[in-house]
Design a protein. Sequence first.
Length: 276
Amino acid sequence: MDTTAFFTQLQHAFPGNPQDTDPVDPRWARIAQDVAGFTGPNELAVLNVAAAVLPQDEAYLEVGTFKGRSLCAAVQDNGSKDFFVMENFMEFGMAGQEARAELEDNLSRHAGDASVRLLEGDCFKLMAQSGTVTKPVGVYFYDGEHTVLSHYLALAVAEPLLADEALVLVDDASWPVVQRAHRLFMRRHPGWTIAQTWNSGRADDPRWSNGLQALVFRRTTGRSELSTGDQMLRQYQAHLQHRLNAAIWKAAGVFPAPFKAVEKVVRSRSHTIRGD
């Protein structure tokens, strides 16, 4: 993935600074209105440019697609590329097959001509399985679980799958939990840089939602593997924490009021944007 070409092409997608201007193409605002989701129109424009620059021999990987808004934008005019998307249909009260059916309906309406492979399950298990993604990943968009550990592992577990040069886009980047995870990760892993951050001035900003960060990965050695420490963290996240998360979301459906109260306290620091 030519990340320099990506940032060059991105200049043509906005009439001015992307931070404070709307995309030139009105499709992204229309998709944001038509498909339920949490990514803003500016983020959708960035994802589409990333997919456009992606070489044919590399893949686009998305983790946490919800009902497909971000993916519906990424595939526009990029139908010849290969897209892989991972979703566990667990968060936000999603109800298994019903949520999957809505996602597939959105993809059929907005991405019918694209090569999209939907992989259902825990991303930290799926990414560790040989052959799950059949090409080096040139563009990786993470919008999955938002904890320090999950964001750290979102980079660590994906690294072996990445092309020798790759663009990594992380949603909700204005949240302190994301920023802390990236600082921890980069202290231990060479080859990564934060190339651009588009901040959100407040929660659910109409352009950038909760912020977006562009990281560039350039491999400095041979094909990387998880360290022993990162492998232990992955095992914990994929097995113990995954079961705990499933129990929490199930309980939230039965007792929504107490769950929201607890969630508000937990998120008050790690998921609060300065200025809110």
